[in-house]
Each structure stands twice: as structure tokens, then as C-alpha cells.
Design a protein around this ligand. Structure first.
Ligand code: GLV
Ligand code: MN
Ligand code: MN
Length: 402
């Protein structure tokens, strides 16, 4: 499976992946998913919101156990964030078949569409739409950097954008969703464990800061006469770091666009996107308010207009205790007592977090020795990935089999 996926959307210069929603690379990933489903005799389904499902058993029976993740990536992402959960899901099913497991509940493997939000700026579009946390009207307004709207992109990829929207009937048939994911930090490496169970996801959001000044000549405009929004932006980046440090949170400006974007022109507009996350809502509010205040103060002194728009927000997620405890029990059974499954919080967002408002969800993490993620250097060893498959198979067997 890894060999099939390896070349899809890979940027040969960075070695990273560019698998953005509704592009050719995304279509190739989707074709791969469908082929995997069909080759195992599973019933393949593409839902209204662009999520792919592979069913074993009859979904109408209800109380289904679902596992999977996403196949799209951030710009120059690593190979594991997303695909590890999908590949492990198929591999875990293969393992259960080898074990001769008898299923008492329907099982589905899912590939959620547009998890990273790399193209349209909003993460988890497929699961948000399904859960009713994003309305079709809001989704229809999303645009990529080239001005292509989400409906246009869907149409070009052969998907009907008018059909998107909440899918409560689908969610009502699901009893549990378990997402396996590469860890995006070093907690497991530091504790010396291969596998962990997620406890919570930090609240997180994305804010767009538009700094507007005045375009002018880089050579002839005296420094004192300038209204240079780049300076306000730079001050704001430093303020973000300061505020996050003070609060024990994180804040990142990782994307920027500049107009007119000329080497010899003072910019008229600098648009920067802030991603900020903290352990609790009050801390996150304090951090973002502090950054915005600093941005305004500096801008006011230099004739810069500032607009701040919150583009997305995901509140804190505390994974369901009953499912979490059940997984810990299943994974503890029949193993050496020195194999521990630590319970970890994370600052990364996931479809499991979105769906946790509607159905019981849980996550398994696989050790990442450097903790690097959203980068080509993201890594998990083959042994740890195989331990992840075994753990996922055990969990699915415990939940869905006799
Ligand atoms: C998704 O991976 C996110 O945490 O932004
Ligand atoms: Mn990610
Ligand atoms: Mn992910």
C-alpha cells in the first residue's frame, strides 16, 4: 500500500506531499482508496460531502464501528499524517480476516475529504459538513489562492457541490469512530512507548490578519513617509511569539500573501494567517486578543489599517471516556505488563475531534521519534507502524467482533 501511495502528489524537490482537496493528486488518492476497498470485497461509497467509505457488513444494521483518517496533505507534508490511519485501517482488516474474526457489527473504513484545509483554508471540511458544523452556504463561499471556489473545484472533479450538507442519518448508523494517527509530538518517544491513546485536543483556530498600507516606490519614498504594512506584520509575528510564550500556548504565522509582491515596491497589503492553540479556551482567547492588540497598537502609530477575521475555530475536544477506557482495557489484555498505552493530549486537529460532538470517537497515536509533522521529515518506523496495525486490529476486534 505504501509503495502505491508513495509517488502520488510527491514534490521531487522537497520530498514532501502536495495532495490538496479536489486536485489531480487527490483524485489519485481517492482512486487508490476505491481500489483497496473493492479488492477486499468491501462495498464502496462516496458520500455527498466527498468522504469515501468502504463497508464490511450492512450499514443499515447500525451501531457501526468506523476507522480511517484522511489522504490529503498540507503543503509539502509528510507521508504519514493521514495516510497512516487509512493504510493501517485496511491492514487491520486484513489482520482480522487472518485471525478469522467474526463481526457482530458493521465495519467501515473512511477517507475524510479535505482534512488539512490546505487549499481552501478551512480544515476538516468533509467531516464538518457531515456533522453540520459547516453549512453548505459557508462551504460554497470558500475560495483557493487562485480564486477558484469550492463548488467550482468539486464540479471540476466530477462531484456535485449542490448535494453537500449535514448527514445525520449517516452519523446515526455509527456507534464508534477510531482514528489511528502518527503522533505529532514526542510524548511517546520520551515515554518509550510505541502506541498511545488520545485524551483531548486543544482548542484551536485560524485568524486572517489584513494589514493595509500604501504601495510606493522602494527607492524614492523616505522612511518617514511610508505606510508599510510589512512592518506591522513583522511586529505582529513577534507579538504572537511573546504572547504564546507567556501563556504556555502556541501561535504561528505560517502563511502570508503580499500585494503587489514586488521586490522594489512597498506593499499595499500584507495578509498573514495566524494559527493558535492552547490547552483551554480562556488561554487561547487571551493569546489571540493580546496578538490583535499588539497588531493594532503598532498599526495605529504607522497609519496601517487592520482587519482580523476568524476563519475557523474548533473548541476543546475531550474524547469520550467510555470508549477510551474500553480501548485501554482491550489493549492491556493479554499483553506484557510492561507494555503501557499512555493517554495523551494533542495540539493537532483531526476529523475525530470534529465528529466527537456527534458520535463517540477515539484516537490511537503511533510513535514519531522526532515529533516532526507537517513536513517531509515526518517519520514512524516500520516496527511501530506494525504495532499500530496490531493495536488497531485488537481494538476493532474488541469492539466489533464476537
Ligand atoms: C491538522 O493537522 C491541524 O492540526 O492543523
Ligand atoms: Mn495534519
Ligand atoms: Mn491528520
Amino acid at each position: 500500500m505504501w509503495q502505491d501511495l508513495k509517488p502520488i502528489g510527491r514534490n521531487p524537490e522537497s520530498g514532501g506531499y502536495r495532495r490538496y482537496a479536489w486536485t489531480g493528486a487527490d483524485a489519485e488518492c481517492r482512486a487508490w482508496f476505491e481500489a483497496q476497498a473493492r479488492s477486499r470485497g468491501l462495498t464502496y461509497e462516496l458520500d455527498r460531502n466527498g468522504n469515501q467509505w468502504a463497508w464490511l457488513g450492512d450499514p443499515a444494521q447500525g451501531n457501526a464501528v468506523v476507522t480511517g483518517s484522511h489522504l490529503d496533505s498540507v503543503p509539502d507534508g509528510g507521508p504519514f499524517d493521514g495516510p497512516l490511519g487509512v493504510v493501517s485501517a485496511f491492514a487491520a482488516l486484513d489482520e482480522l480476516r487472518r485471525r478469522g474474526a467474526e463481526f457482530t457489527r458493521p465495519l467501515a473504513i473512511v477517507n475524510f475529504g479535505d482534512e488539512e484545509g490546505a487549499r481552501f483554508g478551512l480544515a476538516c471540511v468533509g467531516s464538518r459538513l457531515t456533522a453540520g458544523q459547516l453549512t453548505p452556504e459557508q462551504a460554497h463561499r470558500l475560495r483557493d489562492a487562485d480564486g477558484i471556489t469550492l463548488p467550482q473545484a468539486m464540479e471540476r472533479a466530477g462531484h456535485d457541490p449542490e448535494a453537500i450538507g449535514p448527514d445525520p442519518d449517516r452519523l446515526a448508523r455509527i456507534g464508534a469512530f477510531v482514528e489511528l494517527h502518527v503522533e505529532q509530538g514526542r510524548a511517546l518517544d520520551l515515554s518509550g512507548d510505541r502506541i498511545g491513546i488520545a485524551s483531548a485536543i486543544w482548542p484551536h483556530g485560524r485568524w486572517r490578519f489584513d494589514f493595509r498600507g500604501e504601495a510606493n516606490h522602494a527607492g524614492t519614498t523616505r522612511l518617514v513617509d511610508r505606510r508599510d504594512p510589512m512592518l506591522s506584520y513583522a511586529e505582529t509575528v513577534l507579538a504572537a511569539r511573546r504572547e504564546a510564550e507567556l501563556a504556555g500556548a502556541v501561535a504561528t504565522f505560517g502563511k502570508i500573501s503580499v500585494e503587489p509582491n514586488g521586490v522594489n515596491a512597498i506593499p499595499s497589503l500584507v495578509r498573514g494567517w495566524l494559527d493558535s492553540r492552547a490547552a483551554d479556551q480562556a488561554t487561547l482567547d487571551t493569546v489571540v486578543e493580546g496578538i490583535e492588540k499588539a497588531a493594532r497598537e503598532y498599526g495605529d502609530r504607522h497609519g496601517i489599517e487592520l482587519d482580523v477575521v476568524r476563519e475557523s475555530f474548533t473548541p476543546v475536544v475531550e474524547f469520550e471516556h467510555a470508549l477510551r477506557d474500553e480501548m485501554a482495557r482491550i489493549l492491556g489484555e493479554g499483553r506484557d505488563t510492561d507494555i503501557r498505552v499512555p493517554v495523551l493530549g494533542t495540539g493537532a486537529g483531526h476529523d475525530a475531534g470534529i465528529l466527537s460532538g456527534s458520535i463517540p470517537t477515539a484516537m490511537l497515536f503511533v510513535r514519531n521519534p522526532t515529533g516532526v509533522s507537517h513536513s517531509p521529515a515526518e517519520y514512524a518506523s516500520e516496527d511501530d507502524c506494525l504495532a499500530g496495525v496490531t493495536a488497531l486490529a485488537d481494538v476493532l476486534e474488541g469492539l466489533a467482533c464476537k
